[in-house]
Design a binder for this molecule. Structure first.
Ligand SMILES: [Zn+2]
Length: 300
């Protein structure tokens, strides 16, 4: 339940997120009655994914969101860690500045994530010691984005000791702009990352079931990005936030800090960097803010 005294602020956040058109949700995610369909209990994913004729517009909306998630996480053509034996110089840097040695300047986010482009986009380099890319031609970002990924992933591997494969999905096209099936991902500062798989699963698995996820490792992944200080949102379905929230507490993060980061157990327009959007059960969508020196970048 949203605190009425925080109503003005909540509305502002709702407006910014919805009218800027979230991430992977279609425009119009701000519902006409002011409520959000994410207040409904999410149906089992496999049921909705197979539904041919959803009974209601909201069911159709959610079915679309889930089908989109399956599409954007299809890893059948992803590169394999054995395809490369690269360990880029500088990837051991633990700060964004440390990554500056290997990620050139000049790639800038222009406009908003939903109506933007990417100036001199930089390809996320192959670095299987850190991550694998689902589709390299859709993995272009701003300088800040590529540096942040290198930094967070280096922290995850070297400081936190997580060895499990991390699959990075869509970021942006080389010049940004519209990229199907997303609404956002246009300006090089949105990053889709599959939740870290539980042990023993085939590496092409799309972890639509909660028990297919290593939640402790997934928390370390999200935390590594949060620690860069560049993240404005982490979109994750409400039903999965509880599991990530519990993992954060298990990792020893102070409950007050956890509460500030997570929307859970609230939902809708309530505050929190880690917040609900439909179609984010098997992946997190990380959005970075505008970087210093990006005068044409706008929007949250
Ligand atoms: Zn996304």
């Amino acid at each position: 339940m949203v605190n009425p005294s925080a109503g003005g602020r909540g509305l502002l956040v709702a407006c910014l997120v919805a009218s800027c058109g979230h991430p992977d949700a279609p425009q119009g995610n701000a519902h006409e009655d002011g409520k959000r369909t994410d207040a409904a209990v999410e149906p089992p994913l496999e049921t909705v994914a197979k539904a041919v004729s959803p009974a209601s517009p909201s069911a159709a909306f959610e079915g679309d969101a889930i089908a989109r998630e399956l599409e954007i996480l299809d890893a059948s053509n992803a590169e394999s860690p054995t395809d490369f034996l690269l360990d880029l110089p500088g990837s051991a840097g633990l700060s964004i500045d440390g990554a500056a040695d290997v990620v050139p300047k000049g790639a800038m986010s222009v406009g908003t994530p939903q109506h933007g482009r990417l100036h001199q986009g930089i390809a996320l380099p192959p670095n299987p010691a850190l991550y694998t890319r689902r589709h390299p031609s859709r993995s272009y970002g701003s300088t800040q984005t590529i540096r942040t990924i290198q930094t967070a992933m280096t922290t995850l591997r070297k400081t936190k000791g997580i060895r499990t494969e991390v699959l990075i999905g869509d970021i942006s096209l080389p010049g940004g702009g519209p990229i199907s099936p997303h609404v956002s991902h246009q300006s090089g500062r949105d990053i889709d990352i599959r939740l870290v798989l539980a042990a023993g699963l085939d590496r092409s698995t799309i972890p639509v079931q909660a028990d297919q996820v290593d939640w402790n490792a997934t928390w370390q992944l999200v935390h590594s990005f949060l620690e860069t200080g560049r993240v404005t949102y982490v979109f994750l379905s409400h039903s999965r936030q509880e599991l990530l929230h519990a993992a954060a507490l298990r990792a020893g993060i102070h409950p007050k800090v956890v509460d500030r980061w997570f929307q859970w157990p609230q939902r809708g327009a309530s505050p929190g960097i880690i917040r609900h959007e439909d179609g984010h059960r098997a992946h997190v969508h990380i959005r970075l803010g505008c970087a210093p020196g990006e005068p044409q970048c706008s929007g949250l």
